[in-house]
Design a protein around this ligand. Structure first.
Ligand SMILES: Cc1cc2nc3c(=O)[nH]c(=O)nc-3n(C[C@H](O)[C@H](O)[C@H](O)COP(=O)(O)OP(=O)(O)OC[C@H]3O[C@@H](n4cnc5c(N)ncnc54)[C@H](O)[C@@H]3O)c2cc1C
Length: 488
């Protein structure tokens, strides 16, 4: 038998990029830094920079990968058969969520409501989403629950201090349970019933087909009363709240999304009886903003990896980043990402502006929630391809970005529903909303971005660009665009 000489070397590892780590996710992203200044949140820069530094560490990346690898497990019963409804989560999930909560990503504008607070929070959300999208679901729901809870001062008085606390262990998290088996968009068709049992209390019986993060302490839900669909709040410690199973999902695999049943859950009304939809919409408007931010963050995360790889990998004797066909792809991905970041931060400012921007806030959130979320999966696929086969391999982080990327478009108003919120008539809704989305992005870039970025965006998206990414027309100055895309 031949003996293998293990000291004999087969090859040297060359032409593989170093891991991208130790960079600050704010300082390497000029478009975000400029947006913070422009949208009244200059005071928040140090706070975002601190989060950006942690987000760029190997520690953060490893927690993110581990949390994704070790998916949550439902323990519905204990060994004796008693219901316990516990979800086992990896310690890395808690690390990621704890950092988000301690940084106030779920609460900043409610605890420190100064101009620019929603923008600062949006930037924190955008930066930490690049580490892991899953934990941002309870973070977003907790942030978004506050405007709905504030329709009842007693309930808000009881829950707001806990929900806005930055103490991960002593504070509380809020979730939302609206979607039922027969329909999520058409929530007026909910079948879950609430019966009055006196003293302002109701008992809810029914089910919800999606309920992300059943570990939340308190939930907003919808149920029918004699007056129609009504918004309720209940505590998850109620013994009538039962988790049936966890979904096996395409993406956000570390986030437990469950199916739940309500067996006489005790709940209180939030807002007016029979006016549950307008009450919960106060929450949904904020989660929609976070869908937009999440998709902008996903594009940014993919772009950064693509540019980094191309700067270090050679093919045919030249760095990929120096080859015109790759420059076209990278510049195209970069302008799409910058447009998404710029518009998301501008819309976040509308949440700081109160009544003065109410119409813009409502309309632009729906339009850009539709458009930016729609672009994310295509962007993720192209960014992944820039890494070649490495991009298809789990440890590059790209498959996770790709798997997660369709979610924001489904959540909180799936594509058509978001488009219909932005425009009628229905047949043309997507086309019109798409045009509106691109027009708003272009106008912001023309006013605020370097001319190379704005000119390329207008030339490609309003003019003669192709259909796939990497089809920017002649005359685009790719080099400054790609340099700006990753300032490290
Ligand atoms: C990972 C994950 C986590 C989730 N977590 C939660 C949660 O925590 N809480 C919660 O309440 N929900 C949650 N959801 C549910 C989500 O909000 C719904 O899936 C979503 O609202 C769509 O509802 P649906 O699945 O019933 O689809 P449907 O409402 O049946 O829609 C199906 C399709 O029809 C389209 N459509 C609907 N109405 C129209 C119309 N009038 N005209 C044209 N097209 C239309 C939609 O755009 C969609 O493409 C989660 C979903 C996912 C995937």
């Amino acid at each position: 038998m031949a003996v293998i000489d293990s000291t004999r070397s087969t090859h040297e590892v060359i032409n593989q990029p170093p891991p991208l780590e130790g960079h600050n996710l704010l300082d390497s992203d000029p478009s975000l830094l400029e947006a913070l200044e422009r949208e009244n949140a200059g005071w928040g820069i140090d706070r975002v920079r601190d989060t950006g530094a942690l987000a760029g560490t190997r520690e953060a990346r490893e927690h993110s990968q581990r949390s994704e690898r070790n998916e949550p497990v439902l323990r519905a019963h204990d060994r004796y058969g008693n219901r316990i409804d516990e979800v086992e989560l990896d310690p890395s999930w808690h690390w990621l969520l704890r950092e988000a909560i301690e940084r106030g990503i779920h609460s900043l504008p409610w605890t420190d409501p100064q101009p620019g607070a929603h923008v600062t929070r949006a930037a924190l959300m955008y930066v930490w989403s690049q580490v892991g999208a899953g934990v941002m679901c309870p973070v977003s729901m907790t942030y978004s629950a506050i405007p709905a809870l504030r329709t009842d001062s007693a309930i808000a008085g009881e829950w707001e201090p806990k929900l806005t606390s930055t103490d991960y262990d002593a504070g509380a998290l809020a979730g939302m349970a609206m979607t039922e088996k027969q329909g999520g968009s058409d929530i007026r068709a909910n079948t879950t019933r609430a019966e009055r049992v006196g003293d302002g209390l109701y008992e809810i019986t029914g089910h919800k087909w999606f309920c992300s993060y059943p570990d939340c302490d308190v939930f907003l839900t919808l149920a029918q009363t004699d007056a129609g669909v009504t918004c309720f709040v209940f505590e998850s410690s109620d013994p009538g709240f039962q988790v049936q199973r966890l979904k096996e999902k395409l993406g956000t695999r570390d986030l437990p999304s469950s199916e739940v049943e309500f067996r006489g859950v005790q709940a209180r009304i939030v807002g007016e009886e029979g006016r549950g939809v307008p009450t919960i919409i106060r929450m949904v408007n904020h989660t929609r903003l976070d869908c937009l931010l999440g998709s902008a963050a996903s594009m940014r995360a993919g772009l950064v990896q693509a540019v980094h790889h191309a700067r270090h990998r050679s093919a045919f004797g030249k760095l990929l980043a120096e080859q015109p066909a790759m420059q076209n792809v990278l510049a195209d991905l970069a302008i799409e990402s910058e447009a998404a970041t710029t518009v998301a931060m501008r819309i976040a400012r509308a949440y700081d502006e109160g009544d003065a921007e109410a119409s813009f806030r409502r309309f632009a959130t729906a339009v850009e929630k539709y458009w930016v979320c729609k672009r994310a999966p295509m962007h993720a696929a192209e960014a992944l391809e820039c890494l070649g086969g490495n991009g298809f391999v789990e440890e590059s982080g790209m498959p996770r970005i790709y798997r997660d990327s369709p979610l924001n478009s489904i959540w909180e108003g799936s594509g058509n529903v978001a488009a219909l919120a932005g425009e009628d008539p229905q047949w043309h809704a997507r086309r019109v909303v798409e045009d509106l989305g691109v027009a708003l992005q272009a106008s912001l870039l023309v006013r605020n971005a370097p001319s190379a970025v704005a000119d390329a965006f207008c030339a490609a998206r309003l003019g003669a660009g192709g259909r796939a990414f990497g089809t920017l027309p002649a005359g685009v100055d790719a080099e400054p665009i790609v340099d700006r895309a990753l300032a490290v």
